[in-house]
Unconditional design. Structure first.
Length: 112
């Protein structure tokens, strides 16, 4: 899986690393074969609503649709794992601390 792709702000990454990708991310991407990169690129177009052939979903090859579903399943599992990891991290650290700032006679109190 392409770890970190969704976590990066592409413009900021390119600015930070002189127009390229984050070095660790670039190493992960380089480890993929051309075929894997092709399917991931194809899946990103599919996610945006582009199909392989003109027409509707019934006009697409079954194997292609299966490949898109397979990739979507892997991406979904990775996202779910990351979400659960973040939730466990938040549970361990406890709720965020809120401080009330202001004088007792004020009509508004700012919470920071």
């Amino acid at each position: 899986m392409i770890a970190g792709w969704s976590d990066l702000d592409d413009a900021k990454a390119r600015e930070t690393f002189g127009g390229g990708l984050h070095p660790e991310l670039e190493e992960e991407i380089d480890a993929f074969t051309d075929d894997v990169r092709f399917w991931i690129r194809t899946w990103t177009f599919y996610q945006k609503g582009h199909l392989l052939y003109s027409g509707g979903i019934n006009d697409q090859p079954l194997r292609w649709l299966e490949a898109m579903e397979l990739i979507a399943g892997v991406v979904g599992r990775v996202q779910q794992d990351r979400f659960e990891k973040e939730q466990r991290k938040l549970q361990r650290s406890g709720p965020p601390r809120l401080d009330a700032v202001g004088m007792s006679g004020m009509k508004r109190t700012r919470v920071v």
